[in-house]
Ligand binder design. Structure first.
Ligand code: PDD
Length: 287
């Protein structure tokens, strides 16, 4: 990931990234008590912002943290943060924690003031070589908790899994629970075999990815059916194509899994169609 751009958002103010300060008593710091979003912006326009703000709202509701801003205020803050950093193609991070207390009580006090932090960075241009090369992934047992539907800032499980993938020379970890596909350490996963695409259902084992939804929309425009169902380890290893999808990586082909070629070992023909249609949809929606 590229470095943070110069201006960040802290509790409603736009401040130089190097000068932003949060209390060490913030429950985000002490407990990982908060949620976050990553919104891609193209040509200075946030992509699928409504869906991201919906998911932020459900995450806050799950944690019983009052949403500090109205929808209109969030939209305005996002637009301002993009604008003060010069627009373009950006990743934009938003975090809301329960706020700072005066000590370390597991049980939060009522009426705390949530902390809001945001920053952005330049996205690597899509079509910049990585899609052609494809990604190497490894399967790992999912060691995370049972509320992976919440976009929690407590990401230690994901960090350890991503580190293990790196140690094994892979770009991403594809996680399995009891031999079934969960998701990537920071991505949704699709598999294709004999022209049919499948991805596992939205439940507590995985994040309801916004890009997963975009890929679903793209498949629909292409007239390709998407099977939403459990996917087993054997199917991953027998797949013609595997893709990972996320807000910062769009949809990328996985060309090696556990040291073996996926399909032909090159980005597949279905992925190529999805990639082109994804670019067209993205341009349309952010025009
Ligand atoms: N991560 N699953 C997990 C565990 C993720 O962390 C992510 C995204 C996704 C894809 O969700 P979306 O399409 O809404 O980005 C699925 C973000 C990008 C991150 O933590 O940086």
């Amino acid at each position: 990931m590229a470095d943070a751009l110069p201006v960040c958002l802290l509790d409603g103010a736009f401040v130089p990234a190097g000068e932003a300060r949060v209390s060490p008593f913030d429950r985000g710091f002490l407990f990982g008590d908060g949620v976050y979003e990553v919104v891609p912006c193209y040509g200075g326009k946030p992509f699928r912002l409504e869906a991201h703000l919906d998911r932020l709202q459900s995450g806050l509701a799950a944690l019983a943290i009052p949403n500090p801003h109205s929808r209109a205020r969030w939209t305005g803050l996002v637009q301002q943060l993009v604008a003060v950093n010069g627009g373009g193609d950006l990743g934009l991070y938003l975090e809301v924690t329960r706020g700072a207390g005066s000590g370390r009580d597991f049980l939060p006090r009522a009426g705390m003031q949530p902390t809001v932090f945001g920053f952005c960075w330049r996205l690597a241009a899509s079509g910049s070589g990585q899609p052609e090369r494809g990604l190497a992934c490894v399967t790992l047992d999912d060691i995370r908790w049972l509320r992976c539907d919440i976009k929690s800032i407590a990401l230690l499980g994901s960090v350890l899994l991503r580190m293990e993938a790196g140690r094994r020379g892979a770009d991403e970890a594809i996680l399995l629970r009891d031999g079934r596909l969960a998701e990537g350490s920071s991505s949704s996963v699709f598999v294709a075999r004999r022209g049919r695409v499948a991805t596992p259902p939205a439940n507590h084992e995985r994040l309801p990815g916004i890009t997963r939804q975009v890929v679903g929309d793209v498949l629909a425009t292409l007239g390709l059916p998407l099977d939403v169902r459990d996917v087993h380890r054997e199917e991953l290893h027998a797949a013609d194509e595997i893709w990972i999808a996320s807000s910062t990586r769009e949809a990328l082909p996985v060309t090696r899994l556990d040291g073996r070629a996926v399909g032909t070992g090159r980005p597949g023909p279905l992925w190529r169609r999805v990639f082109d249609a994804f670019q067209a949809l993205k341009r349309r929606e952010t025009a």
